[in-house]
Design a protein around this ligand. Sequence first.
Ligand SMILES: Cc1cc2nc3c(=O)[nH]c(=O)nc-3n(C[C@H](O)[C@H](O)[C@H](O)COP(=O)(O)O)c2cc1C
Length: 383
Amino acid sequence: MGLSNPATALDYRRLAQRRLPRFLFDYIDGAAGDELTLAANVADLAALRLRQRVLVNVESVDTRTTLAGEDCAMPLALAPVGMAGMMARRGEAQAVRAANAAGVPFTLSTVGICPLDEVRAASTKPFWFQLYMIRDRALIVALLERAWAAGCRTLVFTIDLPIPGMRHRDTRNGIGGKGLRAALLKAAQLLPRPHWLWNVALRGRPLNFGNLTEQVPGARDLTAFWAWVNSQFDTRVTWRDIDWLRTHWKGKLLLKGILDAQDARSAVKVGADGIVVSNHGGRQLDGAASSISKLPAIAQVVGTQAEVLLDGGVRSGADIFKALALGARGVLIGRPWVWELAGAGVAGLRDLLGTLQRELKLTMTMAGVTRVADINASHIDRT
Ligand SMILES: Cc1cc2nc3c(=O)[nH]c(=O)nc-3n(C[C@H](O)[C@H](O)[C@H](O)COP(=O)(O)O)c2cc1C
């Protein structure tokens, strides 16, 4: 199949594969362990069947909604993705522009390449900031202050990464390796990718963790940053720490990485404004259930006490519809937005966001529902 007219997220994935050095493509594409949970995220969404309905007045179908109190053109936000600026030149700044144009929220990762100020300068709207709990609490307070000053009003606090999952593709590709062998392995992956070398490695500098440069003085490359970040993940965090976080963040708080109804109950109890049902795109506990399979029970426990978002495996407008039908208020996409940006730049991402919205609208039209608030479990075919 030719790729001159990419149509779907997976088309852009193939474009990204052609442009990126293998270790970067695999860093995005891969997941933990045998990648069972990654596969389940996609397969379980695909297995759901929609009810086709006819002769309903669908003259005016509206995909708009609100997420975390913000008006959105459709129930979708860009998920936090670390190191997106390694995949496309100043990737996070490009992505926020595309998100603005499409009318959806963008989330900047703690370990993004572009710092908060750069994303703020590129953006015409408030964006979301994602936080990992790191051991240095003074640093967290400083990050939260900078995020607030940059206009962020929604904090996505990621709680499913006490330590990073084991991602075998990264090991095979020599990510984090040292010495001559690792250098040669990397060079062999870089040389066939002159476009990336010119466009990102040279013109996209500095390639470091923009929000953490002061904290890792002297770090010259991403390997040094990773070593620091990996030593900083705080394995002692519990529900009690959410209270502490609350005292330093007066905006909306979304807890990302919940996959269990009991944990969802705890999230409501600590006063989260929302949760993201997520297994980190299968990058953490391999063998955990798919996000979509856990959504109905979690949505039931949470009810109207907090907003329920979902990520993991969402690749089309029909997937967005399915997540809403099973109780989500909205979805986040991770890999797709990075594939588009890496494969075709900001135009690719704008194209995909447009496609997702059109697909959602089409799905609503043929399922006979005109407002996102009216999408519910009755739209799933159980027969
Ligand atoms: C390359 C990559 C980097 C990620 N980095 C982060 C991160 O820095 N913070 C975070 O909370 N989640 C991170 N995630 C998880 C995403 O936010 C999201 O949960 C996941 O990608 C959703 O699944 P999907 O890729 O199937 O859409 C990352 C995911 C990928 C693929």
